[in-house]
Ligand binder design. Structure first.
Ligand code: PLP
Length: 392
């Protein structure tokens, strides 16, 4: 075998996004023991940083040692007991993954489905909750990465409260790029991922649980079926108050990386980071629209960090992505499910949400479309994008 030396790509897909050098450097620092007092101090700071990021006082806020899907599973397996009814909002891939989690945890999933590319209609969710008064949990995706749609998280959480059920919220793609207000919105269980707007490497999932959620966990009659994701066991390690004990070996160096990503986020400012995502999105929109391309999602509900762009008629979408990768070392995403072959998904997440990336993407796309006889003026599109990014 020989050392693996990957090519330096620009990552503008649905995640992972570009990882900042500062984060990679942090991860290359000496590995400490996972119970070393110095490491434990870092853990406490990390938990505090995540609370500030999630805008919560929840003590039970920490990173799960596994990717976003594990954070998702931790929320579902701890809060659901066999037979529990869970209303799941689905308007893309990740709502379906929530349904899978409900069923595998022994719950009953009641689905409220919306067309891909549209937002959940809060009044329709209200009807379903009213018709299912024994619902224990409402679960929904804040930022649906498969379509680029934002859900009205505040309204859905308020609705759940009215119907006296807990909420499980997927904030994998939104956290760091859009406001997420755990306490103000009354979210009970939330999970995110390190590799999207937090610009860290993949493999960690920040989560937070409210007191109401913890009361539900403590009142369980059936033990959590997963040993690794059982909140009460994991907390023996992450809760520093009663002394820490070994549960699993924490991924020490990746946690340095997440810590550094929070340091960088707070240096910039959370609001400033949200604003940067919005401005880069406006630049990309201006450039792509100048090239005559259309967006899948209505502007009112578009995500800034995930842009679903319609593939023009007659264009081979896979060939465009291949050209970008080969000639520009640039990765963008393909459509999933019913959107396969119909859209590209262009990510502007974390470190990837910057002017150079917007400009590279427009230049590369204009070239790739030209190769397929769709001639667009790349320079004019760049000008439109630059104007939109400097206006703000
Ligand atoms: C990426 C993503 C996940 C899954 O995260 P992994 O780290 O890939 O496991 C879950 N939900 C949404 C909305 C995502 O975008």
């Amino acid at each position: 075998m020989q050392s693996f030396i990957p090519t330096k790509r620009t990552l503008m897909g649905p995640g992972p996004s570009d990882v900042h050098d500062r984060i990679l450097e942090a991860m290359a620092r000496p590995t400490l023991g996972h119970l070393d007092p110095e490491f434990q101090r870092m853990m406490e700071e990390l938990k505090g940083g995540l609370r500030a990021l999630f805008k919560t006082e929840n003590a039970m806020t920490f990173p799960v040692s596994a990717p976003g899907s594990a954070g998702m599973e931790m929320c579902f397996v701890n809060l659901i007991e066999p037979g529990d009814k869970v209303v799941v909002v689905k308007n893309g891939v990740f709502g379906e993954r929530m349904r899978e989690n409900v069923v595998r945890a022994g719950g009953e999933a009641v689905m409220v489905e919306f067309d891909w590319g549209t937002a959940p209609d809060v009044s329709k969710v209200a009807e379903v909750l009213a018709a299912n008064s024994d619902t224990k949990i409402l679960a929904f995706v804040h930022a649906e990465t498969s379509t680029g749609v934002r859900a009205d998280a505040a309204a859905l959480c308020a609705l759940a409260r009215e119907h006296d059920c807990l909420t499980i919220v997927d904030a994998v793609t939104s956290l760091g790029g859009l406001p997420v207000e755990v306490d103000a919105w009354g979210i009970d269980a939330i999970y995110s991922g390190s590799q999207k707007c937090l610009s860290c490497t993949p493999g960690l999932s920040p989560v937070s649980f409210s007191e109401r959620a913890l009361a539900r966990v403590r009142a369980r009659k059936v033990p959590v079926q997963s040993w690794f994701l059982d909140l009460s066991l994991v907390m023996a390690y992450w809760d520093g108050t009663g002394g820490r004990s070994y549960h699993h070996t924490a991924p020490v160096n990746p946690l340095y990386g997440l810590h550094e990503s929070l340091v960088m986020l707070f240096e910039e400012g959370l609001e400033e980071s949200h604003a940067r995502h919005a401005v880069m999105h406006e630049g990309l929109v201006a450039g792509l629209e100048d090239m005559g391309l259309d967006f899948l999602v209505h502007p009112d509900i578009r995500l800034p960090m995930l842009n679903a762009v319609k593939v023009p008629d007659g264009i081979d979408e896979a060939a465009v992505r291949a050209h970008l990768l080969q000639e520009y070392d640039l990765e963008i995403g393909a459509g999933l499910g019913p959107l396969a072959g119909k859209v590209w998904r262009i990510g502007l997440m974390g470190t990837s949400a910057r002017e150079e990336n917007v400009e590279l993407c427009l230049t590369a796309l204009a070239d790739a479309l030209g190769k397929q006889q769709m001639h667009v003026d790349g320079l004019k599109a760049l000008e439109a994008a630059r104007k939109a990014m400097s206006d703000d």
